[in-house]
Write a new protein. Structure first.
Length: 252
């Protein structure tokens, strides 16, 4: 079907083998852009038949952009190493109708898992992500965190991607802390400024939205914990931004 698979990796030996196997169900080639992994990621990827490109980490978007020219085919399926196509998405791609359609990018519903449990509340579902695009008319953004695909004609699908990115609440919080710092730096570089009240207000609003309006309240302790985590992420992101503002102002 002339599709390239593209994955960015760093120390993903637990996932990369299964990810590549899944990609080869619908792709003719798989390109792995690795950020100098110190585990067996590259070895496993080579054994699975992927082409390896080594590149020190540039950020989420720039790393994917770096990999695009190595993709032989126009249509690119760009998954993370802990993401896999669900059966309904495999059927959609195998059908091949996208070749003759007017769309240049497709977004999938993402089923996010905490261990083996689907988290379909508190804003974690449907969590649409664009993972399939035509490189002639669409491209990853250069955002260092939470990049998106820039395209002119996007189609939302009701098919799914399975995301096994969280094994514990501790891992979720660690990721949120890292993303919050990257997001804050990105917002500052884009000229965004905040008042000292912004972190608390946004954190509270985020918690209320996730807990009361996005079904967190009916999912017991998990619903409460996920909603608190979402509120915490919003709070710490803008707290970091406010701190960066103060530091840069002093330096000036």
């Amino acid at each position: 079907m002339n599709i390239s698979g593209l994955v960015i990796t760093f120390n993903e030996e637990k996932n990369i083998g299964e990810c590549i196997d899944a990609l080869f169900q619908v792709c003719d080639e798989v390109i792995v852009v690795d950020s100098n992994s110190t585990d067996n990621t590259v070895k496993i990827a080579n054994e699975k038949g992927a082409k390896i490109i080594v590149q020190s980490f540039l950020g989420d978007g720039p790393q994917r952009i770096h990999g695009v020219p190595y993709c032989k085919y126009d249509w690119i399926l760009n998954l993370d190493a802990d993401e896999f196509l669900d059966s309904d998405s495999i059927k959609f791609i195998e059908k091949g109708s996208f070749f003759n359609a007017s769309y240049d990018a497709y977004s999938f519903r993402v089923k996010n898992f905490l261990q083996e449990k689907v988290i379909d509340f508190a804003g974690w579902y449907p969590d649409y992500k664009i993972r399939f695009f035509n490189k002639k008319t669409a491209t990853p953004s250069d955002d260092k965190v939470h990049q998106k695909i820039i395209a002119t004609n996007i189609k939302k699908l009701n098919t799914h991607i399975l995301h096994y990115g969280s094994h514990s609440f501790f891992q979720i919080i660690a990721k949120k802390n890292q993303y919050a710092q990257w997001n804050a730096e990105q917002l500052y570089d884009a000229g965004k400024t905040v008042s000292c009240f912004k972190p608390a207000i946004n954190g509270l609003v985020s918690f209320i939205r996730c807990y009361f309006f996005k079904k967190g309240i009916i999912n017991g302790i998990d619903g409460l914990t996920i909603s608190l985590t979402q509120g915490y992420f919003s709070y710490i992101k803008y707290s970091n931004l406010y701190q960066i503002q103060k530091e840069r102002k002093i330096l000036k």
